[in-house]
Design a protein. Sequence first.
Lengths: 154, 783, 294
Amino acid sequence: MNIQVTVNGKAHEKEVDPRLLLVHFLRDDLGLTGTKIGCDTSQCGACVVKMDGKTVKSCTCLAVQAEGSEITTIEGVAPDGELDPVQEAFWDNHGLQCGYCTAGMIITAMELIEKNPDPSEEQVRQGLKGNICRCTGYQNIVKSVLAAAEAKRS
Amino acid sequence: MTTRIFGSGIRRREDPRLITGGATFTDDVQLPGMAHAAILRSPHAHAKINSIDTAAASEAPGVVAVYTGADTDGVLNPIPCAWLPPDCDIKAVAHPAIAKDVVRYQGDAVAVVVAETRYQAEDALELINVDYEVLPSVVSPEAAMQPGAPQIHEDAPNNQAFHWIAAGGDTDAAFADADVIVKDTILQQRLIPNAMEPRSAVANWTRSMGELTLWSTSQNPHIVRFLGSLVTGIPEHKIRVIATEVGGGFGSKIPMYADEMITSFCSMQLNRPVKWTATRSEGFLATIHGRDHIEHVEMAATREGKITAIRTVVYAGMGAYLSTAGPGVPTILHGLIYSGPYDIGATRADIYGVFSNTTPVDAYRGAGRPEATFLIERLIDLLAVELGTDPVELRRKNLIPKFEDGHDVASGITYDSGDYEPLLNMVLGHVDYQALRQEQARMRERGAYMGIGVTCYAEICGLGPSQVAGAVGFGGGLWESAIVRFHPTGKVNAYIGTAPHGQGEETTFAQILADELGVDVDDVGIIHGDTSNTPMGWGTYGSRTTVVGGAALALAARKVKEKARLLAAHLLEAAEADVEYEDGKFFVKGSPDQSKTIQEMATMANVAWNLPEGMEPGLEASAFYDPPNFVYPFGTHVAVVEVDKDNGNVVIKRYVAGDDCGPQINPMIVEGQIHGGVVQGWGQALWEGVVYDDNGQLLTGSMTDYALPRAHMFPDMEILSTVTPSPHNPLGVKGIGETGAIASTVTVYNAVIDALRPLGVTGIDMPLTPEKVWQAIRQGQGS
Amino acid sequence: MFATEFEYQKVSSVSEAIQLLSNNEGAKILAGGHSLIPLMKLRLAQPPLVIDIGGIDELKGISVENGTLRIGALTTHAEISESHVVQDAAGILWEAAYGIGDPQVRNRGTIGGNVAHADPASDLPTVLMVMDAKFTIQGRGGITSRGTRTVSADDFFTGSFETVLAENEILTAIELPVLAENQHAEYAKMAHPATSFAVVGAGIVVTVVNNVCTAARVAVGGLTPKPTRGPTVEAALIGKELTDENIAAATALIDGDLGTDILGDIFASAEYRRAMAAIELKHAIFHATGLAHH
C-alpha cells in the first residue's frame, strides 16, 4: 500500500505492507532511529511519538494508519539544534542515564506540559505512567518535567 | 587554586546525543546488505529433540538460510562459563550455542532463520517443525536437588552444579553456646532485569579479511571478544566488538550469550551482515534472570543482643546452564559478606548451586549482596522481636567501630574503611526515628498500620584484585587500564576498557582528568566501547568502573602530567626539581611568571622540535591499575510504609537513603545511581517476581504479567551521605552503582513486617503483593 | 511483535464497513487499535482483513440533549477524560476514562472499541452498566439487513470478550442519562500494577433524598467474565440512610450476586478478588457520597 506521511516537517511517500508497524516504518524505512522499541505489549513508552498533535505508541499503530498524518519524532523536536525547554530540563536535572527511554519520555513530557502547564508532582507521576525507565527510578525525570514546566511558564 | 571540578554536579556529556535521538544503539545499526535473524526457541522446559524439519522454512519468502544445532555443532564451540570457583566440585556442563539433542529450558535456542526482513524471519520460524519428546522438568533449586528430580545434565548428579562453603570463626560453637537463635527460610525470588533496551547483536563477517565486527549490547566488549574468539575460533586480533550506546544492563548484559555467537555464525556462513534483536518477550526467556535463592538462615546471639554468628544453607538456582559469571554471584559475592557492617565472630555460607529447567541466572544489580544484606537485616529484626529490643539499637550495638585502613571480618576478607555509626545517626536524625515510632503507635490505636524498616549495610564491590579473581576461579583479570593522550592542539582523549551504559563516566572521567591535568572538562573526550580503539579491560559491572577504571585513568593522567613537567623543565631551562605544577601550568619555583601550560607542552611534545635527551615524542601514557582490595561502601536506609489491612496494599510513604561511597565525583550522578538502585530494590520487595508453572512454562512472560516499577507507584526519596575515603584507592572512591538495590529490598520488607506485627504476621514471601499481605494478615489473625 | 499478513481497507462510512464485514469472514474492525493490534502482534488474532473505521466522522462527538449524554463510538478515552460536558453530565465516566491505561493508550483507545472488545478487566463496561447506558448498534443479524438497534448495557455483555454484536454489526454510539443533582456515582478499582487493568472494579450510582437512598445501581467487573449487577446490594441500600454500618452491611452482600465463575490470575486469585469486591464497592460508595471513612 502506498502511504503519504509528513514526518518532522518532511513529506514522504512509501510503499508499505499493511502489517508494518509505524515504529518500524520510522526507524527502518525513514532511518529515524531516535524512536526506540522497548517491549512488545504496548506498555513501555519507548516508542512514543507525536501524531496529529497527540502522543501515541508508534508500536501500536500501523504505518498505514499514519496515511495523511503529521508526525514528530525526537529528531524533530529541535531540528535546528536549539533545544526545547523539556530537553534542556532533562539535561540540567540528570533526567536520563542510559537514554533508551528518553525519546519517549521527552515527547510525553512535552504533551503533559502542553495540556497542564503547571502540573503537580503527582500529576507528573501519573502522566508518566506509560513510560517505563529502569535506570533513573523516575525521580530526576519528574524533577526534569517540573523544571521544564516552570521554564515554559516564565 | 581554581575550584575542583571533581565534586561538582555538572551536566553530563552523554546527554546531548541522547535527548535528541542522535545516539546509535545496536538495533539502530544499519549496514548495506544486512539480513535479519530470528531464533526459534524451545517451548518446552525439558525435551529431547527427535528431529527438526526446516524445509518449509527454507522455502519461505525472503528466507536466506535456516540453521540448526547440527550446523553449529563442531563449528561453534560451546558457550563457556567464565567463573568456575575452585574447591566446590563445580560441573562445567556443556552449553551448545544451539541445542542439538536436548532442550533444557523454555527459551533454549533450537534453530535460527535468516531472512531479508525481520517480519519474514518471524513468519519462517512458524514453519519449522520440531519433533520434541517432552521430559519431566523441575524449576525450584531446592526441589531440583531432591532424589527423584528430573536429571538435567548427565555430568551433574542431583542437578548439583557446585557446593561451595565459606566459613570463618567457629559457627558450631557459637550456635551451641547461643542464648538466642533466630531462623528463617527466605525466598529470594527470581527477577527479570528488564533493561529498557532489548539485547541485540549485529555481526559483520568479511571473508576476504577473515575479520568479524560484532556490535553487541554488552557491558564488557573485551570479554565478548575474548570469549567470542574461543567460541568461533576466529583469532582474537581479528575480532572487533563494539558496544555502541547500550541501553542499561544491570548485569544482564555481562554474559556472552549464545545469541551473539549464533548471529556471528550466520554472518560467517553468508558473508553478509546479520542483525538479531530480541523482542521483549523473547528477552524474558533468553536473557539471564537474577537472584533465585531458597535460603535457610539462622543467627546466634547473646541475650544482651550481641550477634555471635550467622549460618546459612542456600539453594541457588543456576538455571539450565552456567551463565558467564553465574557461579560467582551466590558464592564469592554473597557468602563472604555475611558480616555486613557488624562485628560478627563467625559466619558460614553453605551454598548449593543447582541446575533447573529455567533461564540461566547471572548477576543482577547487587549480584549476591542484596541477598546477603536481606538475610542479615531480616535476622536482626527477628532477633529484635525475640529479645524485645528496639531494632535500631540492636544494630547500633553490633556495628563495627570506625576504621580507616583495614578491618578483618570472619569470612577472611578485609574491609577497607568504615564509619557506620555517624551515618546511622544522621539518617535517624533526619527522619526523627523516635517521632516515627510515636506516630506508628498513634496509628495503631486507630487501627491503621504503619511500619518502619531500618537497614545498615556494608557491601563488597569495585571488582577487584586480579589475584583474588584467579584464586576464586574468575576466568579473567579484574584490573583496568587507560590511555590518556594529548593531541597537538592540547585537547585530550582518554581510552578506557570499561563500558559505561548510563553511569555517566564520559562525564565523571572528564572531571577526573580536568582536575588531574588542569584542563577544561570540555576539552576532554572519553572513548569507550569499541575494542579496536580501546585498551583491554574487563567491563562495567560490580560497581567497578569508577573505582578501578577511574583509578587507572588518574594514574595515567599523573604519568602524563609528570612527562609534561619534565618537558616544561627542559623548555624553561630549569632543573627538574625546581619545576612545579598547579592547575594546568608548570612554573619555576619562586617565579610563577615563568610558566608553560600543559597545552603548550602537548603541542611541543607532539611536534618534537625540542625534546630533552632520551624523551620520546608525544604526550600520552597508559596505566594499568590492579586494585589491592575490593572497596566497601556502606550506609543506612530507612523506609516508612503504610499497609491497608483490608486489601493488603502497601504504600511507600517515605524513604531515606544514607550512603557513603567515599568522595563523590559528581553528586548528581551519584544520586541518580542511588535512585535507580533503590527503585529496583523496591521492585523486588513489592511487585516483581518470575513465576514458572510446574512444567517449567514461564507464566510471567511479558510486561503484562511482570510488574515493573513505574513513576505513579511511589514518592520521591531523600538522599544523605557521608564521605569515608577508601585508603587503598588512588581517588579514595568506592562504588555506588548497586548500593541502592542492595539495601532497599529488605528495608521495605522489614517495614511491612514491622507494620503488621500486631496482626500476628511474622513473615511473608516476596513480592509483597496485596493478596500475599492480605493472606498473611488472615493467617496471622488465625482465620 | 510481528503480525501475520493481512489486507487493510480504510472505509469512510459505517455501511461500507458493514458490507466488508458481511463479505469477509474473520475480518476485524480497527478503531484505536489498542486492543486489536497488541493481539495481532502476538499472533493471537490473525484476521485476513482489517477494516479501519478510524476516519468515520459520524462516529465521533460528545453531546447532551434532553437529559441524555451521547458519545460517538470513536470518541477516545482522552477526549472523554478531557471533556467538560462529560465531567458535568457523568463524572463517573469522566474519571474512569482517566484511569484507563496511560496517556498514549487514552489518546487512541476508543469507548466503542473498548466496549466491543469486552475485556473482563476493562473499566468502561462496568461503568456503563452501572450508568444504565444504551448502545446503538448498526447492522443486524443477516447479510442484507441494515437496521439499527439499541441494547442496554445490562444485556450487551454476554461473557468474557463476548457481546451481542453479530459478526457484521458495528457499535456506533453510547447514550447514558445525565446524572441528576441528587445522584452520586463513582467507580473504584484495584488496578493491576503491570497494566492498570481492573483486578476488581466497582461502580455505584445512588440517588439520595433527605439522606435516604431512594435508588441504587451497583455493578462490578474485573473479577467476573462480564460486568455483573449487584441486585442484592441495591435492594439493601434502597430505603436506608447511607451510614457506615448500612453501607458495610449492604456491600457485603455483593458476594451473593457474583455467581461462581470468578476470574483469577497469578497476581490475584479468584478467592482474593471475591473478597475485594465488597471492599471496592465500599470505596466507591464512600467516595461517591463524600463520606469520610477509615
